[in-house]
Design a protein around this ligand. Structure first.
Ligand code: HEM
Length: 420
């Protein structure tokens, strides 16, 4: 694993890659809608439309096969012949990330390692555990809104949707109260890497935070070895003692939960609130019946998915949608596009919390990598949006919002609101 500061030569090399990469890519692949998405657009819908017109498997200049069909996307994510890693054992786009000390843990593993690590994390997501977390989530939501209400205005991302998932995962892992500040500080930097590394200073910050975060968990594991508790770190420490997981795998799993569970859940709450306020009839429906919370969550996930892509790799030549797909060719499912596929969703660009009888969205992916945190995210989204509707029915926009332009996640960076 890379050190916190890394070598100066390594930093220079990484800096050059980051600086040169984007302009080169831009010049070489101009006009390709998928490359435009990768380079960052505010609203990818025009690109989705061009790719959709190009047929079920759109071959981009970057040599990826891009999918917008919900039916084909579902098939690909469930296809057991497909993998996360290339035949060389590397997941796509990981070269740069590995240089800054990040291997992606479970996200970048294929069976049998994937099966083994996933099994270890599973006890943190049982229905009993989710019911326990729900009590804490309700309490945290009310505490955060107490402050917002007192001030009369707040930023939904900074003051509500951002801190909530961090507190919940801290709880799940068993981070003691005395270490919360350390966990928040480093976890937030690690979580931001979901969006990719965009500058040398970001790479340095990540490397430092990652190293500090791993140190914190190494200490916590020692503590739980001596005094086990009802948390995920105790389960992992136990599994390590039985030789089921290496120290590196165990620490990497603790770190991946920050990357997978923070930004995504924050954006679910942010995107849901935005869609509700932009569609006053739906906001009214929800305020009248907050038990619609789970339906609001599902429609938000479909309408404005926090996660936008999932990639799979064949290790043998296969046929898909009548085309040959070669070994190691990346199949990219554009989840955001598949969720608006007019073949399966009625009036797909309409936000409608009463939708019935349509297939599930693909925002939690599918097959063996189906999001393990889905029950937690669904519960957090339900509680956070419900508490908002019950306590702040007069919520309104309060100034300009800033959207992220990212190929992999959809969400807001800032979202100012007023409570009355
Ligand atoms: C709205 C919130 C969330 C969204 C949109 C989301 C989305 C996803 C997606 C799309 C994948 C699969 C990637 C692929 O197929 O290659 C995934 C996997 C995963 N997610 Fe989530 N996620 C969310 C919340 C969470 C939470 C709260 C946690 C944990 C605390 C979590 C933990 C994970 C883990 C560990 C994986 C890897 C599973 C595997 O590879 O077997 N996620 N998530």
């Amino acid at each position: 694993m890379t050190t916190a500061t890394g070598s100066r030569l390594g930093d220079l090399f990484l800096g050059a890659q980051l600086k040169v990469g984007r302009p080169l890519l831009k010049a070489a692949m101009k006009g390709d809608p998928y490359i435009d998405i990768l380079l960052g657009v505010q609203d990818p819908r025009p690109q989705y439309a061009i790719i959709r017109e190009g047929g079920p498997l759109y071959r981009s200049k970057g040599n990826a096969l891009v999918v917008t069909s919900h039916t084909l996307g579902t098939e690909i994510l469930r296809d057991r012949r497909l993998n996360i890693c290339h035949t060389n054992g590397r997941a796509p786009g990981m070269q740069l990330m590995e240089r800054i000390g990040w291997d992606g843990s479970i996200l970048n593993l294929d069976p049998p390692d994937h099966t083994r690590i996933r099994r270890l994390a599973q006890p943190a997501f049982t229905p009993r555990k989710i019911a326990e977390y729900r009590v804490a989530v309700e309490r945290i939501c009310h505490e955060l809104l107490d402050k917002a209400e007192k001030q009369g205005e707040f930023d939904l991302i900074r003051d509500y949707a951002g801190p909530l998932p961090i507190a919940v995962i801290g709880d799940m892992l068993g981070v003691p109260e005395s270490e919360h500040e350390r966990f928040y500080r480093h976890g937030r930097v690690i979580g931001s890497v979901i969006d990719g590394v965009k500058s040398l200073s970001m790479a340095r910050d990540f490397r430092r935070a990652h190293s500090e975060y791993l140190k914190l968990f190494a200490e916590l594991i020692e503590l739980r070895r001596a005094e086990p508790a009802d948390d995920l770190v105790s389960v992992l420490a136990d599994a390590h003692g039985e030789g089921k997981v290496t120290e590196h795998e165990l620490l990497a799993l603790c770190a991946v939960l920050a990357v997978t569970g923070f930004e995504t859940t924050t954006n679910l709450i942010g995107n849901g609130t935005l869609a509700l306020l932009e569609n006053p009839d739906q906001w009214q429906l929800f305020r009248d019946d907050p038990d619609l919370g789970p339906k609001v969550v599902e429609e938000t996930m479909r309408y404005d998915s926090p996660a936008l892509q999932a990639t799979r790799i064949p290790h043998e030549e296969i046929e898909l949608a009548g085309q040959r797909v070669k070994v190691d060719e990346a199949l990219v499912v554009l989840v955001g596009a598949a969720n608006h596929d007019p073949e399966v969703f009625r009036d797909p660009d309409r936000f409608d919390i009463l939708r019935e009888g349509e297939p599930d969205h693909l925002s939690f992916s599918g097959g063996i990598h189906y999001c393990i945190g889905a029950p937690l995210a669904r519960m957090e989204g339900d509680v956070a949006l419900r508490v908002l509707a019950e306590r702040l029915p007069k919520l309104r926009f309060n100034g300009p919002r800033r959207r992220r332009s990212s190929p992999v996640i959809s969400g807001l960076e800032s979202f100012p609101l007023a409570v009355s």
